[in-house]
Design a protein around this ligand. Structure first.
Ligand code: SF4
Length: 364
């Protein structure tokens, strides 16, 4: 790096620290009692999710799991229950696995070294750096999506961060910018700048503290940097979900496999075709009609595809034992248990609970 660029990175950090005192965010829940545990949970929740969405989830999570020991001792279902609606459920499963490892291998204390933190499930280089910088003031660079955008624009880095050489260049810049003093303030500041000023569309350059040295601003290329990654075509996936309803109004749920969409959460049994659902009903659920009735479809957008769910309603007479008690259960929508449910499934269950479909007294 040239002497000029080095001077620029120092000025960049100083401007951000100064800006943060007046314009940064200071009242977020994870900024109170900053322990490594509290910062870690916030950093995981904030991956892919906006601050405003995270706050109520974070507050409920901290109330139920105030420390790593409580989280490690809790059943995974309790963790997924509090995560329901936040999406990207692998984050919750990894958080739980990491807490168990901290309890078992680190005596219940958040690890002290960067290597041990980065080795925990679900924690990459940037998250490990953010946790140690924000909670302990240790000097580690970070490079989440917001910071990548700010650095690419400010230093005019061409190319996509999916290219390894570009990614390394951005890490080197991030390291160069990270100051020895006030590292916690700088780290929060660069994240805040990316989240509130140097946003993806229409950045507020007029109120940016580093506009006078920003390559993208000075050359009018804010909308070209960072270079967009090649667009992927969006797919649609069509599935059928069985809404098997017992005489008492309870609905059959199945735990999804750990790997894949909604891993470990409870869901209506899913099938690739209506015929496959009908076959399951005939084989597994006594007294249910051979051909379940389709209900209004539900659509849910994932990052790379749209899921279109056709619910199939089947009333079961008799006791209708669950096929595999460890992986399936009857769920009482009117008195919900604490389970991890994906948001569209919760919506579907609420919808079913509000209709005659699951009112027990309406059965013949
Ligand atoms: S001047 Fe504009 S493009 Fe440059 S860092 Fe600030 S907000 Fe981003």
């Amino acid at each position: 790096m040239t002497a000029r660029a080095r001077a620029d990175t120092r000025g960049f950090a100083a401007s951000l620290v100064d800006w943060h005192a007046r314009h940064g965010r200071h009242d977020l829940p994870w900024q109170r009692h900053r322990t490594a545990y509290r910062v870690w949970v916030s950093e995981i929740m904030l991956q892919q999710t906006q601050v405003a969405t995270v706050i109520p989830y974070y507050e409920r999570f901290m109330q139920r799991f105030p420390d790593v020991g409580t989280l490690a001792a809790a059943p995974l279902d309790d963790v997924l229950h509090l995560w329901s609606g936040l999406g990207y459920y692998a984050r919750a499963r990894n958080l739980h696995r990491a807490a168990i490892r901290i309890a078992g291998q680190h005596g219940g204390r958040f690890p002290g070294s960067f290597e041990a933190v980065a080795d925990l499930p679900g924690i990459g280089r940037s998250t490990a750096g953010a946790v140690l910088a924000l909670s302990r003031g240790e000097r580690f660079p970070i490079l989440d999506g917001n910071v990548r955008r700010v650095l690419s624009r400010h230093f005019g880095v061409e190319g996509s961060a999916t290219d390894r050489a570009i990614l390394e260049q951005l890490w080197a810049l991030s390291d160069e910018c990270t100051p020895a003093d006030h590292v916690d303030v700088y780290t929060q500041a660069v994240m805040d700048l990316g989240a509130t000023v140097c946003v993806r569309r229409n950045p507020s350059c007029a109120s940016c503290p580093v506009r006078e040295t920003c390559v993208a601003h000075l050359s009018g290329r804010q909308h070209e940097l960072p270079s967009p990654r090649a667009a992927r075509t969006r797919r649609q996936r069509q599935v059928f979900m069985l809404a098997a309803v017992r005489e008492d109004g309870d609905i059959l749920l199945e735990r999804r496999p750990e790997k894949g969409v909604w891993g470990g959460l409870w869901c209506l049994p899913e099938f690739a075709s209506a015929a496959a659902a009908g076959y399951y009903v005939r084989r597994m659920l006594q007294g249910a009609p051979a051909r379940p009735v389709p209900l209004e479809t539900v659509e849910h957008a994932f990052t790379h595809f749209d899921l279109i769910i056709t619910p199939l309603l089947a009333h079961c007479s008799g006791s209708a034992e669950v096929p595999d008690p460890a992986q399936t259960r009857w769920y009482r929508a009117r008195e919900p248990a604490r389970l991890g449910l994906p948001a569209p499934i919760r919506l579907l269950l609420d919808r079913l609970a509000g209709t005659a479909a699951v009112q027990p007294q309406l059965f013949d």
